[in-house]
Design a protein around this ligand. Structure first.
Ligand code: PLP
Length: 413
């Protein structure tokens, strides 16, 4: 089975994992990550969400409203709550995945502490619009959530640079990975110092047991993503047997992993260091895969507008995502009227067409304080999107397009 995601890991990461150096590997990883992102500092955390909690604290925010997307990874509002603040959700802009910045501006009150601008699925946030807001409300911090983008650029300007700080997630589903882990990057010397002193005060040193757990996890990752094994795991996953390992949230609880306050291990930092060397290769391959999808799945109407596949039957159609220069395509997400049918189609053809964010956060039990009708775009995406496989390896899209040929979808479904 062709998985919908796959970490780009090779033998060098495995060697790095077991090669104890005696140096401060975490500091070395931070330095090369900062360098890669063109920022002065990077501070490592066990998860991206831990980084966000500590960042909000380091900025002195408490009992504040933090504006964030309604359609994003649920760990983001969880982290806001854990930092002692309150999330304020904003719907997606129509036709886009990213948060509607006009609505975000309207939601600003005297008690707003920060806006978390997420470049979802690798689509860069509109930095021009964001800067207008920043000028008008200089007291509101802009935090870039780059967990999906890893340096997407808006008209040539990398998104992570424009804000007080940026957060990144580094688990195996992200563009770069250090097994687990997260980073906060910033150009501010004082913020970096505050992040590090809070980390020292609130986090504990990782134990050898955690390193061993991470090593075992890494060792299972390699075979898991091989075709036949992945197919089997996918079957188990669908039956619910793997929920303990793969389900990262519970609809009704705001929680954190048990070890969210245990620092990143040196082992993870070494894997991350090795993985960084693949960055350009990974981004290039993801962009190529996306381009191949755009090229091959697009059908031009006679009137010039574009629809895809079965033009007469909405249920069989799927809409391609926006094509934006500077996007890094952490995911290639299409919208469809009949998601289950496509998922079954994928299964029959050995292609995993899973989904990533199948919830509209304000509708979740844990947050159901607001009227979900206020988030119509997010609610639709939650029900109608599927992900086509995209990852950092070579020739992925060619493999899919040739092998079972998505182009023949029109006839075969
Ligand atoms: C993955 C992710 C994060 C950070 O996640 P962790 O699992 O805590 O590292 C933050 N924001 C978004 C949008 C993400 O997808």
């Amino acid at each position: 089975m062709i998985p919908r995601l796959k970490p780009c890991l090779g033998i060098t990461e495995l060697i790095a994992a077991v090669k104890i150096t005696g140096r401060d590997d975490v500091a070395a990883f931070e330095a090369s990550f900062a360098n890669l992102m063109g920022q002065k500092y990077a501070v490592a955390f066990p998860y991206g969400r831990t980084g966000l909690i500590i960042l909000l604290k380091a900025l002195g925010l408490e009992n504040k409203e933090i504006i964030c997307p309604a359609y994003t990874c649920v760990v983001v509002p969880h982290a806001i709550v854990y930092s002692g603040n309150q999330p304020v959700f904003i719907d997606c802009a129509p036709g886009e995945f990213n948060m509607d910045l006009n609505r975000a501006e309207q939601a600003i009150t005297p008690n707003t502490g920060a806006i978390i601008a997420t470049s979802l699925f690798g689509y860069p946030v509109d930095l021009d619009r964001l800067n207008q807001i920043k000028k008008k409300y200089p007291g509101v911090y802009i935090i870039q959530d780059c967990a999906h983008s890893f340096a997407a650029d808006w008209k040539g300007r990398p998104v992570q640079k424009e804000g007080v700080a940026a957060i990144f997630g580094l688990n195996i589903s992200k563009l770069l990975t250090s097994i687990f882990g997260g980073m906060v990057t910033t150009d501010s010397t004082s913020l970096c110092q505050d992040l590090k002193s809070l980390r020292k005060r609130l986090l504990t040193k990782p134990t050898w047991k955690k390193s061993l757990r991470r090593l075992l996890y890494l060792l299972t990752v390699y075979p898991s993503f091989c075709g036949p094994v992945y197919g089997l795991l996918n079957k188990l996953e669908r039956s619910g047997c793997l929920n303990h390992f793969v389900k990262y949230y519970d609809d009704s609880v705001i929680d954190m992993p048990k070890d969210y306050l245990e620092e990143m291990t040196k082992l993870e930092a070494r894997v991350g260091m090795a993985n960084i060397r693949r960055y350009h290769y990974i981004i290039q391959n993801r962009r190529e895969a996306a381009d191949a999808y755009f090229e091959n799945l697009e059908i031009k109407n006679s009137n010039g507008s574009q629809t895809y596949f079965d033009e007469d039957n909405y249920k069989n159609k799927f809409d391609l995502p926006p094509k934006i220069k500077g996007a890094t395509y952490s995911h290639f997400v299409v919208k469809t009227g009949d998601r289950d049918r496509w998922l079954m189609w994928g299964l029959r053809h050995g292609i995993q067409l899973g989904w990533l964010i199948e919830y509209n956060i304000p509708e979740m039990k844990a947050y159901s304080c607001r009227n979900p009708n206020e988030f119509p775009v997010a609610a639709r995406y939650a029900r109608e999107t599927i992900n086509l496989p995209v990852w950092g390896g070579k020739n992925l899209s060619k493999k899919i397009l040739n092998q079972t040929t998505l182009i023949t979808l029109r006839c075969s479904i």
